[in-house]
Design a protein around this ligand. Structure first.
Ligand SMILES: Cc1cc2nc3c(=O)[nH]c(=O)nc-3n(C[C@H](O)[C@H](O)[C@H](O)COP(=O)(O)O)c2cc1C
Length: 147
């Protein structure tokens, strides 16, 4: 069984529901989780954890405000991330040129830090998907063998 830190970037609340849908699947399958709606980098456990980063994109490819500090601290941190596997769920709208840009950036930042990507990121296009929570549920269910 694994332990997850679920880190959420959201402006309007939609990605919080997406993250909770993934959390439900993980817990139903015996994993432990902690979810962070106001992520504080220094308080998020990195020891023997998997990070599940879920973020929407706002502005023109920007991070939601609630996660900006976290992203800055992550980028400038000198911690060793080599033993910290991660996954990203990116929520966005393909009507924007910068579709899911924040999630894609976060994925790249984690790779730059030396963290191990467990799977390709999931992009959820709210203009094409009726039920984003179901999409997250199905995706994380399909990854359970990895944990
Ligand atoms: C002002 C505004 C700007 C947005 N900019 C982008 C964008 O650049 N790229 C993208 O993929 N989606 C963009 N979106 C779509 C949001 O990511 C989408 O509505 C998402 O579901 C919001 O999630 P949240 O409720 O967790 O904040 C934007 C939405 C708004 C309202």
């Amino acid at each position: 069984m694994s332990s997850f830190q679920i880190i959420v970037g959201s402006m309007l609340g939609g990605t919080e529901y997406v993250a909770e849908a993934a959390q439900e699947v993980l817990e139903a399958n015996g994993h432990t989780t902690e979810i962070h709606f106001q992520p504080d980098f220094d308080k998020i456990n990195r020891d023997q954890q998997i990070w599940l980063l879920c973020t929407s994109t706002h502005g023109a490819g920007d991070f939601p405000e609630n996660i900006e500090n976290f992203v800055h601290q992550l980028k400038t941190s000198d911690h060793n991330f080599n033993d910290l596997p991660f996954l990203v769920i990116a929520v966005g709208d393909s009507n924007y040129d910068t579709f899911c840009e924040a999630g894609k950036s976060l994925n790249n930042i984690m790779l730059d830090k030396g963290s191990k990507q467990l799977s390709d990121l999931l992009t959820i296009d709210i203009s094409n998907i009726d039920d984003p929570e179901l999409a997250a549920n199905q995706w994380i269910t399909s990854k359970l063998d990895l944990f």
